[in-house]
Design a protein around this ligand. Structure first.
Ligand code: SAM
Length: 306
């Protein structure tokens, strides 16, 4: 017997496969029909939000493989689930959580976090690519998650109230719009700014005091030519709460390796400086190593998260 996730993938994949060049477009239509109740997978028991997300994610991955576009890079599930766990550890006493993802892509990372939080959440997603933004709407409707979506350059002014939590798999590279980049402290004196630096700055600007930003960053973030601007900015406007090196097995080569950077917006009163969580995430297929890693993270959060 097929699992719910398999049934969901089968329904979505069949509906999206009638014309392979339009797979993602048809996938959106299939999600809408399912949300409206006019078509859908054959399920014996109701699907959970995470089963829906996983089935949809498999179909999106298939669609992206068929129609490769370099900026369409969904955050891998292993990383999304780790970030969701970190988010729950950082916000233990909240009754509801406002979330922002300023580079939301397909919404997979954002929806993983929202589905995993133990308290109600509502989110704002920003994405420059219109097709991906429609994918987020379709997924959010199916998972009954409240997400407001802005289709725009996230580095332009954002009409967003301050949030408790931001997550972002940062787009990495140069930001070409120098005129707009001049509005940011991390614009360097010469040349283009790094988009990933500006995204950190923009995100921190939209957090409530004591709010958290969890970013997927290049592991070489602090070794780049513009690391001076980054250091100055982080020292002035943020509290670094943690840096987790992701396992090399998740990436094709060392140059592509990524880390998770955990930042907090300082509160209005000065408190004691918390310990920075510095760790290397073990190979995620090693169950025992992952259990002891999560135990260490929990000990850290018990001592360092208010
Ligand atoms: N977390 C996403 C997911 O799970 O699908 C993947 C994010 S992907 C690594 C980065 C995203 O940033 C891409 O979808 C890209 O289109 C978007 N992006 C790049 N530059 C942008 C900008 N200036 N404003 C808004 N979105 C942007």
């Amino acid at each position: 017997m097929k699992t719910n996730t398999e049934q969901i993938f089968t329904y979505l994949d069949e509906a999206a496969s009638t014309d392979e060049s339009l797979y993602l477009e048809q996938l959106i239509v299939a999600c809408k029909k399912w949300a409206e109740g006019t078509a859908g997978p054959d399920l014996k028991v109701n699907a959970t939000k995470e089963e829906i997300r996983r089935g949809l994610q498999l179909a999106i991955l298939k669609g992206m493989r068929q129609n490769v576009q370099s900026h369409h890079q969904m955050t891998p599930d292993a990383i999304g689930m780790l970030i969701a766990r970190i988010a729950s550890l950082l916000l233990p006493h909240k009754e509801s959580v406002q979330v922002l993802d300023p580079a939301a892509g397909t919404g997979n990372l954002l929806l993983t976090v929202m589905n995993t939080l133990e308290v109600p959440s509502a989110a704002v997603a920003v994405e420059i690519d219109e097709l991906l933004a429609r994918m987020i709407v379709a997924g959010a409707d199916l998972m009954e998650q409240t997400i407001r979506i802005y289709v725009q350059d996230a580095l332009r002014p954002l009409l967003v109230d301050p949030v408790d939590l931001a997550v972002c798999d940062l787009p990495v590279g140069y930001y070409p719009d120098d005129e707009n980049a001049l509005n940011f402290e991390m614009m360097p004196a010469d040349g283009h700014a790094y988009a990933h630096h500006l995204f950190i700055e923009q995100t921190m600007h939209h957090l409530k005091p004591e709010g958290y930003g969890i970013f997927i960053v290049p592991s070489a973030l602090f070794e780049s030519a513009q690391s001076g601007e980054l250091h100055t900015y982080l020292k002035k406007h943020t509290v670094i709460r943690g840096i987790l090196q992701l396992p090399q097995t998740l990436f094709k080569n060392v140059a592509q390796s990524k880390s998770i950077l955990m930042l907090q917006k300082p509160s209005e009163q000065n408190g004691p400086t918390p310990d920075v969580l510095l760790a290397t995430v073990p190979d995620m297929t090693d169950k025992q190593a992952m259990i002891s890693f999560f135990n260490k993270m929990e000990d850290w959060s018990n001592e360092n998260v208010k």
